[in-house]
Design a protein around this ligand. Structure first.
Ligand SMILES: Nc1ncnc2c1ncn2[C@@H]1O[C@H](COP(=O)(O)OP(=O)(O)OP(=O)(O)O)[C@@H](O)[C@H]1O
Ligand SMILES: CC(C)(CO)[C@@H](O)C(=O)NCCC(=O)O
Length: 412
């Protein structure tokens, strides 16, 4: 029988679920060029079943629906280590729990929503290793659905970053569109969003997170992205970048609005010195690289915002990783080029937009509404958000693996 919410599989196999600590559903994947993102829901373990092994109501809502408390789990894996992801799914038996469909035949249970290029590239691998069929969700559709959902559902999802200060924003649901979504993954997609499912990918650039990680790895011999990011934190880009002051004898070029400390040419100083890469500190190389790529993305984003008269630019993707210097550079670039007209905004669930979109695409009607309500209610509402706000214990910045409490509606 179908209801308004997620439909529960009313089969005897469901009874077997009750032996496990948590009940899992709605596994979704975003398999990108560099990272695999995963989301799944686990309900609290004390959800009762009736004598026939069917889930019974703990708290009946209207139309015979249950409100189930649980957690939404967020994970990421490196795509080059896809076997770790397969192993995780297998060890937790997650693959049995795509959506719960009343009508679905037993052998349809291993159908998982998946987005990103890897949903095509690795479809056979998932089938072969875990007998999972990937139900492909279009990548841009997923990004936009995920961003719209998070911006509407999660209080203080978006924030600005300037001079080391985060300022959380209260998004008016009736005044969200249009905006520019800039997703900085391996490559960068720029999407003009006009409504739910109404969007156009207006631009992109191949100089993105993959460029930072790839070039950074070659130039610094770093073994991990986190190591490279940490290095950049300690570096000084002025050692390698050619500044306006280097060209103008320490002076500003005020006539065209460039201060002496502005970068005139990224990595430009390296040509005038008789140095090899080994002569530079990896910290400084990492810093210059991060600055170059962040600046460039900020500038192209601004130009696209200008092209369509958009004032708000939301930045997502795992390149950002909540990193202060990255956000600061992007924000300064947008602010500088737009003369303060456009604003760069960042998202707490930055890297999980696409996978949230895929998660939301499981056929149900209740999830969106209910989760929105729950997620919002878990945070105190306030019209004005103080700077340097403490992280919410339930909804911390989700740049790492973690989980958040929420409720979903399941209908029998
Ligand atoms: N632990 C990590 N390992 C590797 N890259 C990381 C890590 N954390 C952050 N990154 C950065 O995030 C980028 C990947 O971001 P994201 O997961 O949003 O994109 P993707 O889906 O893999 O790429 P695309 O959408 O272009 O296919 C990397 O290129 C790198 O710059
Ligand atoms: C190819 C995708 C969409 C894959 O996620 C992404 O890596 C991207 O937007 N790259 C930039 C490609 C370009 O527009 O030049």
């Amino acid at each position: 029988m179908e209801g308004d919410g997620i439909q529960v599989e009313r089969r005897d196999e469901i009874a077997a679920l009750n032996s496990s600590a948590d009940e899992v559903s709605h596994l979704a994947l975003d398999i990108g060029g560099t990272l695999i993102k995963m989301v799944y829901f686990s309900s609290d373990s004390d959800w009762p079943v009736d004598d026939e092994g069917k889930r019974s109501s703990k708290e009946k809502g209207s139309k015979n629906c249950n409100f189930v408390n649980g957690r939404l789990h967020f994970m990421k894996f490196e795509t080059r280590k896809i076997n770790d992801c397969l192993q995780f799914i297998s060890s937790k038996q997650l693959h049995h729990y795509g959506g719960w469909h009343t009508e679905a035949p037993v052998d349809c249970k291993n159908i998982i929503k998946a987005t990103g290029g890897g949903a095509f590239k690795f479809a056979d691998l998932f089938k072969e290793k875990l007998e999972i069929s990937l139900d492909k969700v279009e990548e841009m559709d997923s990004l936009v659905a995920g961003a719209n959902f998070l911006l509407k559902a999660v209080d203080r999802e978006a924030f600005t970053y300037m001079d080391g200060e985060k300022e959380y924003l209260q998004i008016d649901h009736n005044d969200l569109y249009p905006y520019l979504l800039v997703n900085i993954g391996s490559g960068v997609s720029m999407i003009k969003v006009d409504g739910d499912g109404v969007y156009e990918r207006v631009s992109g650039t191949s100089i993105g997170g993959g460029t930072f990680w790839g070039l950074g790895k070659l130039l610094t011999k770093c073994k991990s992205f986190d190591e490279l990011l940490e290095l950049s934190h300690q570096g000084n880009n002025r050692v390698i970048d050619m500044l306006v002051g280097d060209i103008y004898g320490g002076m500003d070029y005020s006539k065209i609005g460039l201060s002496s400390t502005a970068i005139a040419s990224s990595f430009g100083k390296a040509i005038s010195e008789n140095k090899e890469i080994e002569d530079y500190r990896p910290e400084d190389v990492a810093r210059s690289l991060l600055r170059m790529i962040s600046n460039n993305i900020g500038q192209i984003s601004y130009l696209n915002a200008l092209r369509f008269g958009l004032k708000r630019i939301f930045f997502g993707g795992f390149f950002i990783r909540g990193h202060a210097y990255t956000m600061d550079t992007i924000a300064v670039a947008v602010n500088f080029w737009s003369k303060g007209e456009a604003k760069a905004m960042f998202l707490r669930h930055e890297g999980f937009l696409g996978v949230m979109g895929a998660f939301m695409s499981y056929p149900n009607n209740g999830l969106d509404h209910l989760m929105s309500k729950q997620l919002v209610e878990q945070l105190p509402k306030s019209a004005c958000c103080p700077k340097h706000e403490a992280r919410s214990p339930l909804l911390g910045d989700l740049t790492e693996n973690g989980s958040i409490e929420c409720s979903v509606q399941l209908c029998l």
